[in-house]
Write a protein that binds this ligand. Structure first.
Ligand code: ZN
Length: 568
């Protein structure tokens, strides 16, 4: 499935921050120029847009002792145009053992950075279906700090058995298997065959179709994913797991819940994972039915904090509430952050996917906002506002939330906490909860299993709301800073007046906002970037307030006791 569009690469320096799922973490604020390799990785080049992936069969043997992987990926695709040269991605540290077209014909290839250019023996006709198989092997990158800096994690459990996971959001799935490593194109379905040594098990995405005992004593696990899947969600979990399960009624469907944890942790897991039911109840209420019901829902214990691997979420929150026992608010300590946040990605990220990682906020801002909605569902709106506003201390406002397109550049780590505050602000601006929830639900249902960008989201909100909020998104997503609300409260002889305006990067910014027009009486006013005046009734200047828990703005409040000359 592909929602492709060819765009010119923009290569200029920008600040670099890395974040993936879970909690953001800023690596460094060092200027970084984009390279040729970044363009090959991040751009929908003609050698990529010429074909549409329909199916992957990844067949990989994983040796935890040698930390060595070998196998192949067969890519079934439809030619979107006539072509002879195509790009597939595979990290340069992995060896290509051979490439074939349609199962038999050997294909010569060239390697350039982490891309592989195949020179097919003949021109493929537009609309025709073909397959290429890339056999490969090597020692894949070891994750320096999973899940943020990805690759393989080779661990042992307390009994000394291998315990292996892979995480590759950001770095890209091509760090461990060959594929078209661009978010615009997902296979419609996928078979993941993982061969593991005797005594070990593999849990991957989707449903287990079967296992096969091989002559050398190793076992092949065949997992089938019956939906489109992002490359970075494709995963393996190898170890000795204890398994328990449950079911959840999702509308008319029965959703299977399967849990794989280290044998020592079954008791703790049984207790902690009861939260899955309330998470599903909340998210199905707000976002519609769980999107991958045929494939089921799984949590798999991982040797890192967690990752949203579709239908097989990696769980590493140590069976604690909060984020490994911490949170910026008290209410954040009342639920398991990883269960809630990573599961939210089943709707935001796995079902609705950003076509370029520059729009990773579509995954992370909405998943972070989903946490706040979970709090609202469980503990009420006040608690949710407490949860959201406690995030202000984490926001940096140094770089825009939207990154640079076509060079595999994610925006600021603010896409989590600021994203949550921004969506809460948008809800306050729209000031119509039935409409707000219809917008959220409309996004998940209209773009289910699809690939979209920021413009899609903005146009959808504008259309649903019947108003143009482009100025809002331009300021909050495309500029580093938040709008400044300048207010001058003036005590005259027998009245109090507020003069106010927006000071923003975006011209024509006109966000309505709630302020007190009488003592504790909040009303909407409609500031613009030019000064306006408002007569306040029976209020002392010091009692003037802006509803800052509903609107994430920077308030610059000044007082005057005589009529001051302001640029009216
Ligand atoms: Zn996330």
């Amino acid at each position: 499935m592909k929602k492709g569009r060819y765009l010119l690469a923009v290569a200029f320096s920008a600040l670099f921050a890395q974040q993936t799922c879970g909690q953001q973490r800023v690596i460094a604020d060092t200027p970084q120029a984009f390279t040729h390799a970044d363009t090959l990785r991040g751009m929908l080049t003609p050698e990529r847009s010429c074909y549409d992936v329909r199916f992957y069969h990844l067949d990989v043997r994983i040796d935890p002792i040698a930390q060595f992987i070998s196998g192949s990926n067969t890519i079934v695709f439809v030619a979107d145009s006539e072509f002879r040269r195509m790009q597939v991605d595979l990290f340069s540290n992995l060896r290509v053992e051979g490439v074939t077209l349609d199962g038999t014909v050997a294909v010569p290839y060239e390697r350039d950075s982490n891309a592989l250019f195949l020179d097919l023996p003949r021109i493929l006709a537009k609309g025709s279906t073909h397959s290429v198989t890339i056999a490969y092997s090597g020692n894949a990158i070891v994750a320096k700090n999973p899940p943020w800096q990805g690759g393989f994690t080779w661990r042992q459990d307390s009994s000394g058995s291998p315990w292996v996971a892979v995480t590759c959001e950001g770095i890209g799935a091509s760090c461990w298997w060959p594929n078209k490593d661009h978010q615009s194109d997902e296979p419609d379905s996928m078979l993941i065959s993982v061969t593991v040594p005797p005594g070990l098990e593999d849990v991957s995405n989707g449903r287990l179709r079967g296992t096969q005992q091989l002559k050398d004593g190793w076992t092949r696990y065949d997992w089938f994913v019956s939906y489109p899947i992002n490359n970075y969600n494709v995963t393996v979990n190898i170890g000795r797991f204890a398994h328990f399960n449950d079911v959840y009624l999702s509308g008319k469907d029965t959703l299977t819940l399967d849990y794989y944890v280290l044998p020592d942790h079954v008791e703790k897991a049984r207790r902690q994972f009861t939260q899955v039911r309330s998470m599903l109840k909340a998210f199905e209420k707000y976002f519609g039915a769980y999107p991958f019901v045929r494939d089921g829902y799984k949590l798999v214990e991982a040797p890192h904090n967690g990752m949203e691997h579709q239908s097989a979420i990696a769980y590493g929150n140590r069976f604690l509430d909060g984020y490994v026992g911490r949170s910026s608010s008290d209410v954040g300590l009342k639920f398991d952050f990883i269960i809630v946040h990573e599961s939210a990605h089943e709707w935001w990220g796995n079902s609705v996917t950003a076509r370029d990682v520059a729009d990773m906020w579509i995954h992370e801002s909405f998943a972070a906002y989903a946490e706040a909605l979970f709090v609202e569902h469980m503990f009420g709106r006040e608690a949710s506002l407490e949860y959201i506003n406690a995030k202000k201390q984490n926001v940096r406002n140094a770089e825009p939330i939207i990154g640079v397109y076509d060079v595999q550049h994610e925006g600021s780590g603010d896409m989590y906490d600021k994203g949550q505050l921004v969506l809460n602000t948008l809800r306050s601006v729209i000031d119509n909860d039935p409409l707000w929830f219809a917008i959220l639900r409309g996004l998940t249902e209209t773009y289910k299993y699809k690939v979209i960008n920021a413009d899609t989201v903005i146009a959808f909100v504008n259309r649903m709301a019947g108003k143009d909020y482009s100025y809002f998104f331009d300021q909050y997503l495309k500029k580093p800073g938040i709008p400044q609300f300048e207010v001058f409260v003036i005590q005259k002889r027998d009245s109090v007046t507020a003069r106010y305006r927006w000071s923003t990067d975006v011209r024509g910014f006109r966000m309505p906002i709630k302020v007190t027009t009488s003592e504790n009486g909040y009303e909407f006013i409609e500031p613009t970037t030019t000064w306006k005046s408002l007569l306040l009734h029976s209020i002392e200047p010091e009692d003037f307030k802006v509803a800052e828990n509903l609107f994430y703005v920077n308030v610059k409040l000044r007082y005057g006791y005589v009529d001051s000359k302001l640029g009216n």
